[in-house]
Write a protein that binds this ligand. Structure first.
Ligand code: ADP
Ligand code: MG
Length: 405
């Protein structure tokens, strides 16, 4: 029985965390499991081997590294983690081997900085496992067919873990992190957030796409396609965490609650743009969205009305969006500093009154809703960034999420 364990940056950053990591490895090993351990770089910006520290380093040293060499540098953080863990394991009489992503058989396309995994060749890992070793794999990285080192983008180690889990037909992929599991909202913003015992792949994928960064959405998609169960759990405790599985299996699990709303997510740094018909040509609607699309700007919260168009872009895309609109002769109205708050739940499909409860919860606290949108499993509201945390707290209470056992 193969188990894939993934340890995030916060779990590995200090000696105390690494002792917990060893404890989880030893426990699973003692239970007779073959282990593949995926590691992220240690710590956050400012700590010596963190990925953001490596990025800052280059910025301070010429800042003109080509994409290929940039990925070479960025892949180092995980290599240091893997070697460190290998050393600690061997010292604890747990024989292990450390592999780069490429050596572990993770093949990617050539898109440096955000490469996609195209295939996993598990033979090398399997032969180490069969010889009794724990296999430590550097997360967040892979290799192209021609042997170039690539990185997978933010949250990439989660995807390394589920892709290996799928290729190895693992029983489970355990994502260890600094919270107890998947919570109803980000605990950094909502103190009352509750841990969910079970969620479906669709639910967490939806939460992750809307900003819940506890697990990367692509990692969930890979697991879902292969049907590998995932658990999100704490490095610092022995809790079971949150099980992520198919909706029909999830329904049969203890702890599953039929709920209208499963959780909340948020994204900061959103800019609202309004362009009115009277200041532009008659094909305004078409030309605005064409200009955004052909310049790679993704748009959200799109409202097309006879009076004009209203939509949002990310803070990073804002200067380019404004320049393009001005060049086309428009006078866009810009509202920066917005946040997208998402109310997510597979159970809200067809249930009446969900939007009314959202409006009531927010306007009741004097929080203006700048825009809204909905699908059958999510309702999005745009609020000012300073209203984001109070909005999350109000919605959390309004949908009784603090009552989840
Ligand atoms: P790691 O370094 O282990 O990959 P991350 O920082 O990427 O850790 O992810 C864990 C963090 O995700 C938590 O500390 C928490 O603040 C945040 N988070 C956001 N939304 C949620 C949620 N719904 N449930 C749990 N954690 C969440
Ligand atoms: Mg992460």
């Amino acid at each position: 029985m193969i188990t894939v364990q993934k340890f995030g940056g916060t779990s590995l950053s200090d000696a105390h965390g690494r002792q917990h990591v060893l404890r989880h490895i030893r426990r699973e090993r003692d239970a007779g499991r073959q282990l593949v351990v995926v590691v992220s770089a240690m710590g956050r910006r400012g700590e010596a081997y963190a990925t953001d520290t490596l990025l800052d380093w280059i910025q301070d040293n010429g800042d003109s590294l080509p994409a290929r060499e940039r990925d070479l540098l960025l892949s180092c953080g995980e290599l240091i983690s893997a070697a460190t863990l290998c050393s600690l394991l061997n010292e604890s009489d747990l024989p292990s081997v450390a592999l780069t992503g490429g050596q572990a058989g993770i093949l990617t396309d050539g898109k440096y900085g955000s490469a996609r995994i195209v295939r996993v060749d598990p033979e090398r890992i399997l032969s180490h496992l069969n010889e009794g070793r724990i296999v430590v794999v550097a997360g967040f990285q892979g290799m192209t067919e021609s042997g170039e080192v690539t990185t997978l983008g933010r949250g990439g180690s989660d995807t390394s873990a589920t892709a290996l889990g799928a290729a190895l037909h693992a029983d489970v992929v355990d994502i260890y992190t600094d919270v107890d599991g998947i919570l109803t909202a980000d605990p950094r913003l909502v103190r009352e957030a509750r841990q969910l015992a079970v969620v479906s792949y669709e639910e967490i994928c939806n939460m992750a796409h809307n900003g819940a960064k506890v697990i990367h959405p692509r990692a969930v998609e890979v697991a879902m396609k292969a049907g590998v169960p995932v658990r999100v759990r704490s490095t610092f405790s022995d809790g079971e965490g949150t099980l992520v599985t198919h909706a029909d299996i999830a329904r049969g699990e203890i702890g599953w609650t039929d709920r209208t709303v499963t959780g909340l997510a948020h994204v900061r740094g959103v800019t609202q743009i309004s362009v009115e018909t009277r200041d532009g040509p008659s094909d305004l609607q078409l030309s605005v969205f064409r200009a955004m699309a052909s310049n790679g700007i993704s748009v959200d919260f799109i409202n097309v009305m006879p009076a004009g168009v209203l939509y949002t872009v990310t803070e990073a895309d804002t200067p380019l969006a404004i320049r393009l609109l001005r060049e086309m002769g428009f006078h866009p109205r810009i509202t920066g500093g917005c946040a997208k708050v998402s109310v997510i739940g597979g159970g809200m499909n067809g249930e009446p009154g969900v939007m009314a409860r959202i409006v009531e919860a927010l306007t009741g606290r004097g929080i203006p809703i700048l825009q809204s949108a909905d699908s059958n499993t999510t309702i999005w509201v745009l609020v000012s960034e300073e209203d984001m945390a109070p909005a999350l707290t109000a919605l959390h209470a309004a949908f009784g999420l603090h009552l989840i056992p």
